[in-house]
Design a protein around this ligand. Structure first.
Ligand SMILES: CC(C)(COP(=O)(O)OP(=O)(O)OC[C@H]1O[C@@H](n2cnc3c(N)ncnc32)[C@H](O)[C@@H]1OP(=O)(O)O)[C@@H](O)C(=O)NCCC(=O)NCCS
Length: 177
């Protein structure tokens, strides 16, 4: 039976939920830099949306965070869902929870007229959820970054509506997520 994918807005996260989120993130992300999850529930910037799956006992076993971001291409602004902190508890891997959560998130973003979803991850994991690599994505951390201050990044994107991914350079404003 498919588990529920529950929406948890960040504004509703209480002390107990914060503890449970940090416990899951700390269990799943084990590199040196991931130590940040011991004391906060986000890696770089906080985000307004997340989806979780719970096991029958109510324990959090899967998580995806979503930032609201913008990209600019040829002076046009596009709304982007920035996917981060995707994880599944080691006890529950290999059950297709990633695609299940992604389907729910894509519906949410499409209903709200987001143009694209972007993530930085492994194509083997996200290809079946409709993501593909692009080679024209740049990050501009400073608002008025000059072209030579932009960093080329390898991102995976998914179109959410009718708008095709631009062919010109695409600038992601703010931090990578
Ligand atoms: C990555 C992770 C979320 C995958 O969880 P999972 O439960 O195995 O994922 P799913 O069962 O939903 O599988 C999704 C797809 O990823 C593939 N996949 C899963 N683990 C993989 C791995 N280590 N290498 C390559 N592909 C992998 C699956 O084969 C599946 O592909 P398919 O849909 O084409 O059949 C989980 O291993 C995890 O939490 N890792 C630690 C945190 C992490 O690295 N997160 C990713 C940050 S980008």
């Amino acid at each position: 039976m498919k588990p529920n994918v529950d929406y948890v807005p960040d504004r509703d996260v209480d002390t107990e939920m914060d503890r449970a989120l940090r416990e899951l993130l700390t269990t799943c992300f084990t590199k040196k830099q991931d130590v940040v999850f011991r004391h906060r529930r986000y890696f770089v910037d906080p985000y307004p949306h997340r989806w979780v799956i719970r096991d029958p006992g109510g324990r959090l076993v899967a998580h995806v965070g979503v930032h609201e971001k913008c990209v600019v291409a040829a002076d046009r602004v596009y709304r982007v869902g920035g996917i981060g902190e995707v994880c599944v508890h080691p006890d529950c891997r290999g059950r297709g929870y990633v695609k299940l959560m992604m389907n729910t998130i894509h519906e949410f973003l499409t209903e709200r007229e987001f143009d694209f979803s972007i993530l930085f991850g492994d194509h083997d994991v996200y290809g079946s959820s409709g993501y593909r690599p692009v080679s024209n994505l740049y990050v501009a951390e400073k608002p008025n970054a000059k072209p030579d201050e932009r960093k080329a990044v390898t991102g995976l994107i998914r179109e959410l509506g009718d708008r095709p991914w631009p062919e010109t350079d695409v600038i992601l404003l703010g931090n990578k997520f």
